[in-house]
Design a protein around this ligand. Structure first.
Ligand code: KG4
Ligand code: ZN
Length: 351
């Protein structure tokens, strides 16, 4: 089965072809193209929704053409899209920015209708989990059920228990900011560029994690929920008190902030593992590209539950892309409805 997938929920216009042979437990990537809009949004310090939708409209056709091997993606070029050999179409239909989602949904609904190919609508968050079902090498193993997944992205932070494909049980989630959002906001406070995650974590490498003690969100709360807004406020207070910050102050703040985020994620995940024994653990979403987070989760599992294997996607599959949307669609039950009825849902939930 060859799936052509599209992702336009935020600020990446992405398309991919993934393949699943028979009932294999994984998919492989045949092509994947991501046109990032990061540079366009940097001057606004975050994603500007109106600009994002317009850019998706400009780039969706060339990105699809490049994915299908019809030449490099150039905005404004509209070659004929040949879909020979494609069995299934998949598109992110939420959650995300409504104007951005609509571009992907309308484009694929049109292709689906015109070429009589089934269209699968995919939850973006499921894609972050299904990144773990993309085979990287002959030796790589897919996660085993039941599994626990921690999704840490720019818009979401949630712990999910899965007994089988697309069976989600929500264990905990953020009550305010998402982990990635906290990275982005703290980057802004420290005068760094958007997106904040990569720059804050780079700066943290030259900082002292113990220089300050920032609060660990909901540390003494029995739930499996997260909170990052108090942490962000604590960084703001420090920035105001010590202004102007030296370069070392900034590096120390980044390092201590990163520690507090990671400790909160470890604490709740560890508690969840006590309550919900699983065979494997999946770390997904943009923040799972964070080196320190990956390192600490590997250590946590190695110490407390060595039999539980940690699955984290390679860096380029942690942040938004369409291959993971195709991977998710490969394991969805059949969807055969009228593609013209597929809708975009900005607040679509996973569970
Ligand atoms: O999954 P994603 O690409 O988009 C959403 O679905 O939201 O995640 C983007 C988020 C941004 O907030 C970005 O700052 C964060 O992931 N991020 C990171 C790193 N790389 C990206 N956060 C921490 N460390 C990183 N290395
Ligand atoms: Zn995402």
């Amino acid at each position: 089965m060859r799936i052509l997938a599209v992702e336009t929920s935020c600020d990446e216009t992405a398309a991919a072809i993934v393949v699943r042979h028979g009932d294999e437990p994984h998919v492989t990537i045949e092509a994947s193209v991501v046109a990032s809009q990061i540079e366009l949004h940097q001057k606004y310090g975050g994603v500007y929704p109106e600009v994002a939708s317009r850019e998706h409209i400009r780039t969706i056709a060339p990105v699809l053409a490049e994915t299908l091997g019809l030449g490099p993606a150039r905005a404004g070029c509209l070659p004929e899209l040949r879909l020979d050999g494609i069995d299934r179409l998949a598109v992110t239909h939420g959650p995300g920015l409504i104007g951005s989602l609509l571009v992907g949904v309308q484009t694929l609904a049109t292709l689906s209708y015109a070429r009589s190919l089934p269209l699968y609508s995919v939850n973006h968050l499921s894609g972050h989990i299904y990144a773990a079902f993309i085979q990287q090498s002959k030796e790589s193993k897919v996660p085993r059920f039941p599994l626990m997944a921690l999704i840490v992205s720019g818009g979401h932070t949630m712990l999910v228990y899965m007994q089988g494909h697309h069976h989600y049980q929500l264990l905990g989630q953020t009550r305010d900011d998402a982990a990635g959002e906290a990275f982005d906001k703290v980057a802004k406070l420290l005068g760094l560029s958007y997106p904040g995650g990569p720059v804050v974590s780079k700066l943290a490498q030259s900082g002292n994690r113990q220089a300050w003690r920032f609060p660990i969100g909901l540390e003494h709360d029995d739930s499996l929920d997260f909170s990052f807004s108090g942490l962000k406020t604590a960084v703001l207070r420090l920035v105001e008190e010590r202004s102007p910050l030296t370069d070392q102050d900034k590096a120390d703040s980044a390092a201590a902030f990163e520690l507090a985020v990671v400790e909160a994620l470890l604490l709740k995940s560890s508690r969840a593992l006590d309550l919900w024994p699983v065979r494997d653990f999946v770390l997904g979403g943009g923040v799972s590209a964070n080196g320190y987070l990956r390192e600490r989760f590997a250590l946590l599992l190695a110490h407390r539950t060595p039999a539980v294997q940690l699955h984290v996607a390679p860096y380029e599959l942690c942040t938004d892309n369409a291959a993971v949307i195709g991977a998710s669609a490969a394991f969805l039950p059949a969807q055969s409805g009228d593609p013209r009825l597929v809708e975009a849902f900005p607040r679509l939930s996973l569970v």
